[in-house]
Design a protein around this ligand. Structure first.
Ligand SMILES: [Fe+2]
Ligand SMILES: [Fe+2]
Length: 493
């Protein structure tokens, strides 16, 4: 009985304390807001030496310090039309309406969702912070504004006051995460069904194509709705799974090129299936030859070069292929022939390659050259591959289709690691949607100028200019991401 009473008393006192803390916080929060507002107004209206400006800085510094002593941490958060201080929503009333909306406006104008103040913040940091807020708020809101503000704070050695993006962007982030998840599942599924078919053929078992067809349809649907997520995954180049990831990558690239050429969805299904199966003949090439380290001898080459027509035979034998897989057969047969017919198999009569074969040949060349494989320990940088495909006539590729591929990937394909003139390092995130800006892709910053790893950093558009018309960021060179310990695939998974 006594115990019960005690428990009740202690419960009441905890609730009381919580209520009073909340009350104090609300009052402290309002004081902070007012001090913040006064500082913003004073530094805008008066020179720094002015008494009013100095008093306002004293005010914000001491109000924040008081709150920090009480709470150990201090966080001002914008959420919708509300301001929260350490999770407590500030009540808006007539007295604080002006300060409230002014502070809210300035934070929004700078793209800020959270201001975090740590113990140790001093008057100097407050002065720099408030001045930067004023100058940034006056500028147009761009996607990189917050990042630039963060950089400026670091450069000015403001380490106890930091800013973060709004919580609302959580939703967008979630949508992006979801798209990535879906893309990843599609990719993994496609690799798995390809593996299943190839292994069945290798074991001499019949294989069902239904699942592969479904996988291809999913790829097409996704390339049509959200190209970037799936294209990003082609940078995942798993050495052990090369045979399968290569087929899936060639399928994704081919479908994306086909989309650019305006093919219908049904045509894209056909193209995707043909692309996925272009190397299916390799499942009849002995593994020792397929995975051989070092150059192949003449006999081995002969066997390797048989894979196009072995592919035709294999496709004939597949169960459930439906109507005649005519286009698939042609692609398997023609994809190494080259437009001038100098490739293999040798053609006895002049012939025109089907457009599907030419598309797959372009996708195939690109993926093969950018992948690390048994006989190619260092992959060539993607931008160099595209350049070579474009300029070397011996490649025997259709220039119009190479151009389509360049338009698709940009001159710097997704996943390329680039060094910028701002000393930042980035990973190409997507081609610039503006086709006149192919040399200025969208880039995710992964290393700050100081070398700090950003995970994930902001995506910036290299076509963005300063007020004087000069570009904000320009690619200085393409680099090997391994040199910076970066794995581009990490940023797409
Ligand atoms: Fe091939
Ligand atoms: Fe291939």
């Amino acid at each position: 009985m006594v115990d019960d009473k005690n428990r009740r008393t202690s419960r009441t006192s905890i609730a009381d304390t919580m209520r009073s803390t909340e009350g104090l916080l609300r009052q402290g929060g309002r004081d902070l807001l007012l001090a913040f507002y006064t500082a913003l107004r004073s530094l805008k209206l008066y020179p720094l030496e002015n008494d009013q400006a100095q008093r306002a800085l004293d005010g914000i510094d001491s109000t924040a310090a008081t709150l920090l002593r009480m709470e150990d941490e201090l966080e001002i958060r914008v959420s919708g039309d509300f301001l929260f201080v350490n999770g407590t929503r500030l009540r808006l009333d007539l007295d604080n309406y002006a300060s409230f909306s002014h502070v809210l406006g300035i934070l929004r104008q700078c793209g800020i969702g959270i201001v975090r103040v740590d113990e140790g913040a001093d008057r100097r940091e407050w002065q720099v912070f408030i001045s930067l807020l004023l100058s940034f708020a006056a500028r147009e809101l761009t996607p990189n504004k917050l990042y630039e503000l963060q950089q400026k704070l670091l450069q000015a050695n403001v380490t106890h006051i930091s800013v973060e993006p709004p919580v609302e962007s959580d939703q967008e982030l979630e949508a992006e995460e979801r798209a990535k998840e879906v893309a990843k599942r599609t990719y993994e599924r496609s690799v798995a069904v390809t593996r299943e078919v190839v292994n069945s053929v290798r074991m001499g078992r019949s294989a069902s194509v239904k699942k592969v067809k479904r996988a291809v349809q999913t790829i097409v649907d996704q390339v049509l709705s959200n190209e970037t997520s799936l294209m990003g995954l082609t940078t995942l180049r798993d050495y052990d799974e090369y045979t399968f990831t290569h087929s899936v990558n060639v399928c994704i690239f081919s479908v994306a090129i086909g989309k650019r050429l305006g093919l219908s969805k049904l045509q894209l299904y056909d193209l995707g299936l043909a692309a996925l199966f272009h190397d299916v003949g390799k499942s009849r090439v002995p593994l020792e030859i397929l995975n051989k380290q070092g150059p192949l001898d003449e006999n081995e080459w002969r066997i390797m070069q048989a894979h196009p027509w072995l592919g035709v035979l294999t496709l004939f034998g597949l169960r459930g292929y439906g109507e005649i897989p005519y286009r698939g057969l042609i692609v398997a047969y023609e994809h190494h022939m080259k437009t001038d017919l100098t490739g293999y198999p040798k053609s006895l009569r002049p012939r025109k390659l089907s457009v599907f074969s030419k598309i797959v040949a372009v996708a195939d060349s690109f993926d093969a050259a950018t992948t690390r494989r048994a006989y190619q320990s260092v992959p060539i940088q993607p931008d160099q591959v595209l350049k070579e495909m474009w300029t070397n006539p011996r490649r025997g590729l259709d220039p119009v289709l190479v151009k389509a591929m360049i338009n698709l990937l940009g001159i710097y394909p997704v996943g390329t690691c680039v060094v910028l003139d701002t000393y930042e390092v980035g990973i190409v995130h997507a081609a610039n949607p503006d086709l006149t800006q192919l040399h200025r892709p969208l880039v995710r910053i992964v290393l700050s100028p100081e070398g700090a790893v950003l995970r994930p950093g902001p995506v910036v558009n290299l076509a963005e200019t300063n007020s004087d018309g000069s570009y904000r960021r320009t690619i200085v060179k393409v680099t090997d991401p391994a040199r910076y310990g970066i794995n581009p695939a990490d940023y797409f998974v």
